[in-house]
Structures are given as structure tokens and as C-alpha cells.
Design a binder for this molecule. Structure first.
Ligand code: 2HA
Ligand code: ZN
Length: 294
């Protein structure tokens, strides 16, 4: 954009902090905190932005610092991400977005990022940045509108990972049978990893591999990863899963036997009514009563 165009473009004089992207990031991280899913420095969010979305702002055109990353993100070379910072508290982002989030552009060789805005006190992207970038790479192969990766620590879902066998069919079917809405919102089900060390390239690669089949991946005894096109959609996926898990917790704490359930036939009726193609192998199996006795 030449100087005259910049002058005529009212947004160009605006700081990036005023952008809808930073505002959405502030709003969603505050909501995640208020739900109790991001205690202390728990959780992280990344938001892929296009050059045209970024370029109209006045304060994003100089490289503040170059930050090395410990894996090859070259499939994303030149891509922009607004990302939460390592060690930062979601509680605070709404008041200090320029300190606790940053706008980065993946460098051409894929082994570093250029910081263009934010992290103003020397901060760095989230420790889960490998898992985020590997997930973006994987999801972009399937969905060119892929934008968001969201990680948080939903209480009831984490609790469920201690009491239910860690297999995708069992956990998906339990979540589907907790409420009619579940299969409608995540018809593909939920991917499940074994317990792994967070912040590593290994958990990043394992998460991304699951993301070729699922938009939701459970990290047992830790939390969840969600991917997709918008903040609303990702937050909605996590809300729906956590609502199902909280019904599971409530059923368990009420005690007593399971007397009725959403049957496999009911799941098929939901799929027909909402024109879904759920993962076929998850549509038939043990009753809820049997799965919950485990
Ligand atoms: O960012 O949640 O998994 C802190 C975490 C690591
Ligand atoms: Zn975490």
C-alpha cells in the first residue's frame, strides 16, 4: 500500500490492539478463564490471520524480534498468527493484550517467527506452539478456512479421563449419550491420546495426527485441543464436550444404576434428522450402563 492509500484507509492509522482479532482474543480468553478452564497460566489460543487482515494496521510492519522455534513450520512460511504468550494468565489478557499476546509471522525457513506486534515485555509464544502449528498444518490440508487452535483445561472432561478407558470409541459414545446435542456438534467424535508430556514436539505431532480425523483431541489428565474456523465454533465445541462431561459427573455423583439412555437407534435418528455422517464405528456398541460400569 503506498502512502496515499494508507492515508485514505481509515484503518491504517489504527493500532492493531483495536483490531477485531485482538478483541476476539481478549473476549474468548476471559470467557475461558471465567469458566474455570484456564487457571493460572493454563491454556493457549492461536488465531491464523491473512496478510490483508493484518496489513491495514499501522503498527505491524516492522520486525521487533526474531524468535526461534524448535521444529520445522515451513508449510506455514509467511503465515500470520496472533498467539497467547507462554506463562501468561488468561485472567489478565483482557487488560494487557499487548503484553500477553503477540502477532508473529512464520519465517521463510520455518525455524523461527518474526514478532510484529505484542509481547512488549519480552514474552514468547505459548509452550504449546508446536502443537498449535502442527495442528494448523494438518487441518489446513482438510479445511482451507482453518483459523483457530484452542487449548484449555475443562474440569469434568479431565476428571472423566481418570475413570473411563482411554479409547476413542468409549469416550465418544459416552459423550454422545450424555445429551442429544453432542453428536450434532461433533459427529466425528473425539480423538484421544495416551498421557504425554505437554509442551513437547512429540505431543504436538501426536495431536496433529489425530486432527486429520477429529477437531477435538483429549489430552488425558490434562485438557483438550480444539481446531476450526472461528472462535465461536471452537469455544462451542469445547463448551459442548465439557457440558456432556459435567452431566457424566452429575450422573456418577447421583449414584444408582442407569435406568435409561440415548440408544444407538436414537443416535441414528439424530444423524438422520440433522443430516450428519458420524464416525460409523462409534454408532454401535456397549450400552451406557455397561460403559459406565467399566
Ligand atoms: O500454557 O496449558 O499445556 C499452559 C498449558 C500447557
Ligand atoms: Zn495445558
Amino acid at each position: 500500500m503506498d502512502k496515499k492509500q494508507q492515508f485514505l484507509n481509515p484503518e491504517y492509522s489504527q493500532g492493531f490492539v483495536e483490531s477485531p482479532y485482538v478483541k476476539q482474543m481478549c473476549k474468548i480468553t476471559q470467557l475461558l478463564y471465567q469458566h474455570g478452564w484456564d487457571e493460572r497460566n493454563g491454556g493457549n489460543v492461536s488465531y491464523r490471520l491473512t496478510a490483508s487482515e493484518v496489513n491495514s494496521y499501522g503498527d505491524v510492519h516492522h520486525i521487533i524480534r526474531n524468535i526461534p522455534i524448535a521444529f520445522d513450520a515451513s508449510p506455514l512460511a509467511g503465515t500470520y498468527f496472533l498467539v497467547t504468550g507462554t506463562g501468561r494468565y488468561f485472567k489478565n489478557i483482557i487488560d494487557y493484550p499487548q503484553r500477553d499476546t503477540g502477532l508473529v509471522k512464520i519465517a521463510q525457513d520455518g525455524h523461527s517467527v518474526d514478532l510484529l506486534w505484542g509481547f512488549c515485555d519480552g514474552g514468547l509464544p505459548t509452550s504449546e506452539f508446536p502443537a498449535h502449528l502442527m495442528t494448523h498444518i494438518e487441518r489446513l490440508k482438510i479445511d482451507s478456512n482453518q483459523r483457530i487452535v484452542m487449548h484449555c483445561h475443562p474440569t469434568n472432561l479431565i476428571a472423566l479421563s481418570f475413570t473411563v478407558p482411554l479409547d476413542e470409541k468409549t469416550i465418544t459414545r459416552i459423550l454422545w449419550k450424555m445429551q442429544a446435542e453432542s453428536i450434532v456438534v461433533f459427529p466425528e467424535g473425539i480423538g484421544v491420546l495416551p498421557y504425554m508430556t505437554p509442551g513437547t514436539n512429540e505431543i504436538g505431532a501426536a495431536t496433529a495426527a489425530k486432527m486429520s480425523d477429529y477437531r477435538l483431541v483429549l489430552w488425558p489428565h490434562h485438557g483438550i485441543f480444539a481446531s476450526g474456523d472461528s472462535m465461536d465454533e471452537e469455544f462451542g465445541l469445547i463448551e459442548t464436550v465439557e457440558k456432556a462431561a459435567s452431566i457424566f459427573t452429575t450422573i456418577r455423583s447421583q449414584g444408582g444404576p442407569i435406568l435409561s439412555e440415548i440408544s444407538d437407534e436414537n443416535l441414528a435418528q439424530l444423524a438422520a434428522r440433522f443430516d450428519l455422517t458420524p464416525t460409523h464405528e462409534f454408532m454401535h456398541g456397549d450400552t451406557l450402563a455397561k460403559m459406565m460400569r467399566n
